[in-house]
Design a protein around this ligand. Sequence first.
Ligand SMILES: [Fe+2]
Ligand SMILES: [Fe+2]
Length: 481
Amino acid sequence: MEDTTAKLANARKAKKKALLRYLVIFIFSIFAAFVIKIIDAGFLGFGEAIKQTKTIFQLLSLIFTLTVILSALLYYITQTKKEALENPKLLAVILSAFVLTLILSFLFGSLISVYIMPLTLCGLFIGILIDKKIAVMANIMLITAFFICFCILYDAARVAQIAVSMLSGMIAGTYMILMMEKTYTRMKFLFNGVAVSLLIIPVAIFISAITNPQYNDILFVGLWAFLSVLLSVSLFITLLPVFERVFRLSTNFGLQEICSFDAKLLKRLSAEAPGTFNHSLAVGNLAQLCALAIGENPQLARAGAYYHDIGKLKEPLCFVENQKDYNPHDDFIPEVSVSIITSHTKYGYELIKRERLPDIIADIALEHHGTTPVNYFYNKVKKLTEEQVEKKDFSYAGPIPSNKISAIIMIVDTVEAATRAQSFTDVKHLRELIHKLIEEKRQLGQFDNCDLTFKQLKKIEDTLVEAMPGIFHSRISYEEK
Ligand SMILES: [Fe+2]
Ligand SMILES: [Fe+2]
């Protein structure tokens, strides 16, 4: 009975959320319609234009078109990738990218030429920040919306002119979104963008010859199409850091930048906690390999590893890897020691948030120890007192890893620390240790929230066994391999 009531309450909640999303779309469409009309009529002309019935009719048609097309896109997302909507930020990204592209296209279309408009911008943003499948659909829908809005505002002759921009935008946009995965640097992306811009020239000339045979300057059509795609790519590269910062989302471009040793927090880590810095680099190398082995993003694994212990900046000397002759814990009672040790996850999370780095990097820092106990101090206090000691009071506050990358970093972090502390005689010994460490975490329920399968855990184990001798070769004998 209670179960049914809870289910009904959840269903009601989900319905309310869905309605709210459509309401947001409607309000956004009103805003976008007004901006488009203001661009069309000019800032000064809009005051006069709004008094005319024709303008009111145009505004209503624009609102209707945008609401219908954006709602259709939202419906498509709920059918194909519902989880994308669980994070309200993602709907904000979609709407912002949609409206920004629409506004920039109308600005370029009315101020320069209808042949040069950054129509593929929205698809590129959604492709890199959210999902490629959604991006391809959004690209096609935005261009369709743009075409209808254009029909509402302009005469038939002008509408015929934008057919080339529309179709070449759809083709170039789809192609660039689909090839995004392999494009890891901004320079590579720019290079690919130029290649697509060149390829689009014959396509645009062909489309123009079919749709507008009377048009003489066919070579200009090719040139404009080339510039259009290039404009989208340039605006995308310029505006992406703004999107990354505002919405705190990660892309391979941004991740690469925050992994630079010149990044503010990493610079501090190398200067103030060199031991932790070296440990983080080692974790980064191994985590990247593990991520590749199970089909996760290796760049994200590396970035997450570099920042996972950033919270140790608060008290670097309290962590063994930064100590030389003096250990401050000799002067503390175990309760104080454990509170300093466990607080590095929360402090790291806050530091990363303060720097406006991607949310997922902050989550990794917070989750990389899950709710595991700090056994050394737990055992120490048990020896010192007769009273009952709660293990929970000597454990990290959590939460447990919410994604596979967090889980990889939890495993690699433990393995890296354990292999530093022990010497190995053979690879078999190393495998046993890695297996034991992973099993301990699994039995403590640390992987219950991140969808890691047994098969993937085995792959991570194999990867570490394979990679560690390469990294710590001086310590491991290959005799038994
Ligand atoms: Fe840590
Ligand atoms: Fe660590």
